[in-house]
Ligand binder design. Structure first.
Ligand SMILES: Nc1ncnc2c1ncn2[C@@H]1O[C@H](COP(=O)(O)OP(=O)(O)O)[C@@H](O)[C@H]1O
Ligand SMILES: [Mg+2]
Length: 223
């Protein structure tokens, strides 16, 4: 589903110096996998995630997503692919405070580039019920707990029926117990629905939920 072929991401510091946030990364993520990407702060995890999520382009190497070479696509094609392919979950939840829970979940469908073959509100309602948040649908994000906010963020990712969920430190703003609940939820999505999931974390306890763990150190994938 996803392949990185000797991919690097570098930044030019000055005339002579180039800094590699990621260097010669080769990685494959198969459909229905649940992988954890673990490494200390500054090791290149988010860089890797931004590349996989098509938020950024490699400086060198090839990224292949669903048999498409990303270097061959223009920006518009990349946006469309990102839109249909990946759902993001972030440490900070990134919910819009002025929108209700339901409106937050529906937001991606308003900006959707692809034609949806389902009714967004019906789908959101179904998701809210399934994840025990239906009673909170007309509530605002600041009136619900962190764990609930992160679940709303996960539903906002799921509403577009992505092929991949990319979660960058999804438990970083949660206490241990709530963090585990979020990881259990992701695990269930993977096991019951076959959702492909990649979680970025610096915590070994969180990484353990993945069926495969990828270690990143100083911009390199290490075994
Ligand atoms: N736009 C950028 N310009 C220069 N350096 C960057 C940029 N983005 C990230 N870096 C550097 O790349 C390294 C890896 O960053 P990042 O992928 O965010 O690490 P992690 O998510 O593992 O904490 C860090 O040293 C960071 O400072
Ligand atoms: Mg990071």
């Amino acid at each position: 589903m996803i392949r990185l072929d000797i991919v690097s991401k570098s930044y030019k510091i000055d005339e002579e110096t180039t800094f590699y946030a990621l260097k010669d990364a080769t990685l494959e993520i198969k459909e229905k996998e649940f992988i954890s990407i673990i490494g200390p702060s500054g090791s290149g995890k988010s860089t890797l995630m931004h590349l996989i999520g098509l938020l950024d382009k490699p400086s060198q190497g090839e990224l292949i997503i669903q048999n498409k070479k990303i270097s061959k696509l223009d920006d518009d094609q990349i946006s469309s692919l990102r839109n249909e392919f990946v759902g993001f979950v972030f440490q900070q939840f990134n919910l819009i405070p002025k929108l209700t829970v339901l409106e937050n979940i529906l937001l991606p469908t308003i900006y959707a580039r692809k034609k949806l073959d389902y009714n967004p509100t019906e789908k959101a309602t179904e998701l809210l019920k399934k994840f025990g948040l239906f009673e909170k649908r007309n509530t605002y994000p600041n009136k619900i707990s962190g764990g609930q906010q992160q679940r709303v963020a996960i539903l906002r990712a799921l509403i577009m029926e992505p092929k991949l969920i990319l979660a960058d430190e999804p438990t970083g703003n949660l206490d241990t117990k709530t963090g585990r609940e979020i990881m259990e939820l992701l695990k269930e999505l993977n096991e019951k629905e076959g959702m492909t999931i990649a979680v970025v974390t610096h915590e070994a306890d969180i990484a353990k939920y993945g069926k495969r763990i990828v270690n990143v150190r100083d911009g390199k994938i290490v075994k």
